[in-house]
Design a protein around this ligand. Structure first.
Ligand code: FAD
Length: 402
């Protein structure tokens, strides 16, 4: 390592963290990444590459690579318990910028694309987490659970909804994470022949949603099971205990039709099972001294927005670009916050609440399906287009280093 290089520690090796590492390296920083998992985490359903997020991928030289691993998606359809289609939205309904975007990639494949591009030159600390951050005006001393303590010029929290950096440098999770009362499990399931490239969702009364969509292999599909809680209800589960999460799903989805029994069976053995409550993250400032937050850690708009990936990529790109050579980090972090905040607010507004995705009553389900059938027609179309345009609602400065 060049002794004059400034050292940055990034916590979290997912979309925000890996993209930020790429740009910080291009701006001349020496980058270390700490990730709690043994490797960049696979799994998840498809994420959308749209608007400004797609621009960042393009500026990283990855657009062709992203297209090459994109999924073939016919569109999104809402079905009843017998599999009959009640409403449908083809991929090209809004010129490829609608509910299903023109480029949809499995989350794990996008993470892998970003990881492969980084190549050598990053110091990796897997299976570990930050336990303490102590900063002075010139550096941050970092203590890890396993690795030896180290000193960095800057620390970036890209460690998602339950960010350890945010807790260490900003305060308690409860002060920043606003739960939606909607829990979701994502996992890989066997293929369902009748999908025909459609992303199918089945809504059941009580705020239950089961969905399946094509995976990247003919033998698999990507599944999700979501349920809502009643106002004020807290679901007592251990975030790291899969057995209690499966028990919760079995309790909520017991006796529900469509493909749900098959999905529950797949959830029990899936190697990429993940489960969490959705929540919006809101902080009045994304930096504190030499420590800054990006992606879900800073501003999770929830998967309901369809913009979580774009928010992560845009935040990573702008933060690294503004930091430049690191000589005036306070001005850089403030500029990052000012530039990205309106974009994030648009994304969080777009997400709304869980009602549109997981209606509670049979009447509300029928109303939602009717709205989807009308979405591409007057007068709904103009409103919907305005909503989807939020994905591009930021002028991205060109920070490309010479
Ligand atoms: C396994 C998984 C599956 C997902 N599936 C979907 C999906 O299907 N659809 C969707 O819209 N969104 C999904 N998401 C969320 C989506 O990836 C993000 O909303 C979005 O892309 C923003 O990315 P991010 O990098 O900010 O956060 P995330 O993608 O959440 O990444 C955070 C990273 O930080 C790591 N981490 C967490 N805690 C620590 C710690 N203490 N120390 C070090 N590292 C830590 C995590 O392991 C992860 O690699 C999923 C996230 C994960 C982790």
């Amino acid at each position: 390592m060049n002794m004059n290089e400034r050292r940055v520690l990034i916590s979290g090796a997912s979309i925000a963290g890996l993209a930020c590492a790429y740009w910080l390296r291009r701006h001349g920083f020496s980058v270390t990444i700490v990730e709690i998992a043994p490797s960049p985490r696979p799994g998840g359903q498809a994420v959308d590459l749209r608007g400004a997020g797609r621009t960042v991928i393009d500026r990283m030289g990855l657009l062709n690579g992203a297209r090459a691993i994109g999924l073939e998606q016919a569109g999104m359809s809402w079905v009843d318990a017998h599999g009959q289609t009640r409403a449908a939205m083809p991929t090209d309904a809004f010129g490829g910028e609608g509910f299903i975007s023109e480029i949809e990639i499995l989350r794990g494949d996008l993470v892998d694309l970003l990881y492969q591009q980084l190549g050598d030159g990053i110091e990796w600390i897997f299976n570990d987490t930050i336990t303490e951050l102590a900063q002075s005006s010139n550096y941050v001393n970092v203590t890890f659970r396993g690795a030896r303590p180290q000193r960095f010029d800057f620390v970036i929290g890209a460690d998602g909804l339950h960010s350890a950096v945010r807790t260490a440098a900003f305060g308690r999770e409860e002060d920043f994470v606003h739960p939606l009362g909607l829990y979701t499990a994502w996992f890989t399931a066997p293929a369902f022949e009748e999908l025909d490239n459609w992303y199918q969702l089945y809504n059941h009364t009580g705020g239950l949603v089961a969905s399946i969509r094509p995976g990247s292999q003919p033998s698999e599909s990507k599944a999700a099971l979501s349920f809502r809680t009643r106002p004020g209800e807290r679901v007592g589960h251990d975030r790291r205990d899969r057995a209690s999460q499966i028990a919760l799903l079995e309790d909520r989805f017991g006796g529900v039709g469509w493909h749900v029994p098959r999905l529950l069976e797949a959830a029990r053995s899936a190697s990429d099972f993940s489960f969490d409550e959705m929540g919006k993250v809101q902080l009045s400032r994304w930096w504190n001294g030499r420590i800054a937050l990006i992606g879900d850690a800073a501003a999770c708009p929830t998967p309901l927005s369809g913009l979580g990936t774009s928010v992560a990529l845009v935040g990573a790109y702008v933060l690294a670009g503004e930091l430049g050579d690191g000589s005036d980090h306070a001005a850089a972090f403030a500029a990052y916050d000012r530039l990205v905040r309106p974009y994030v607010e648009g994304a969080q507004q777009l997400a709304g609440g869980p009602g549109g995705y997981a209606p509670m009553t049979a009447l509300a389900i029928r109303f939602m399906q009717a709205s989807m059938s009308w979405a591409t027609r007057w007068p709904m179309r103009g409103f919907m287009e305005k909503q989807f345009s939020k994905a591009s609602d930021i002028d991205l400065p060109d920070y490309t280093p010479a």
